[in-house]
Design a protein around this ligand. Structure first.
Ligand code: GTP
Ligand code: MG
Length: 200
């Protein structure tokens, strides 16, 4: 798919105030600093569309971006940032979960995992919650440019093996780098296919 236009529409902390149109939506979630905003900029080809930062916790709101006047990308706040107060963390988690659980237009959730790390409980618990709530999701491994190709391959394999201890089958898996743009076509082609499905 070619991204012709990408524009910021609205930021919100209240899922009820997000755009109400019946358009396909693809949200991006994962731990703080995993690379959600960078991936969105890479996919859209607009380097400053979503705000990125080397300091975790940059994205604090639900951000809607309209692509090709036809479908939405949603940048969500990261979860699990240790330096936030417990109260703030719970509040953000509540915003994220209420958005995900209530958004009937959300065709797929991309859950980002930093390819350099071993499987973390916080992500595995989050996936369990997605499963329990019947949320369709895919896994996106990020920052693969930071590993050699052998190490990257191995990290993804180990992660998938861990998932298969808990799940009967794997969700779709994408291997990406926002730096060298790998994985871009695979994700955009996947979205293009999903856009053809009717919204229920
Ligand atoms: P929050 O909004 O705080 O939850 O973070 P985020 O998940 O949106 O992460 P963001 O895109 O802001 O990126 C965090 C840091 O990782 C930035 O310094 C990025 O430049 C860096 N980064 C993101 N993706 C990649 C990647 O694919 N490769 C490399 N080398 N660095 C990356
Ligand atoms: Mg962000």
């Amino acid at each position: 798919m070619i991204v012709n236009t990408a524009r910021f529409v609205i930021s919100n902390s209240d899922p009820a105030k997000c755009p109400s149109e019946q358009k396909h939506e693809y949200a991006f979630i994962g731990r703080s600093n995993v690379g959600k905003s960078s991936l969105i900029n890479m996919l859209t080809g607009h380097k400053d569309l979503a705000k990125t930062s080397s300091t975790p916790g940059k994205t604090m709101l639900i951000n809607h971006f309209l692509i090709n006047d036809n479908w939405y990308i949603v940048d969500l706040p990261g979860y699990g940032y240790a330096k936030r107060s417990k109260g703030d963390r719970l509040k953000l988690e509540q915003i994220i979960k209420s958005y995900i659980a209530s958004r009937q237009q959300m065709t797929n959730l991309f859950l980002l995992i930093d390819s350099r790390h071993k499987p973390q409980k916080i992500d595995l618990d989050f996936m369990s919650w997605l499963g329990e709530n019947g949320i369709p999701f895919s896994i996106v491994f990020t920052k693969l440019d930071k590993l050699s190709s052998t190490a990257g391959k191995r990290q993804v394999e180990v992660y998938c093996e861990t998932l298969l201890e808990q799940w009967d089958e794997l969700p779709p898996v994408f291997r990406t780098s926002s730096q060298d743009r790998r994985g871009r076509d695979a994700i955009l082609d996947y979205i293009e296919e999903m856009n053809k499905l009717p919204l229920i």
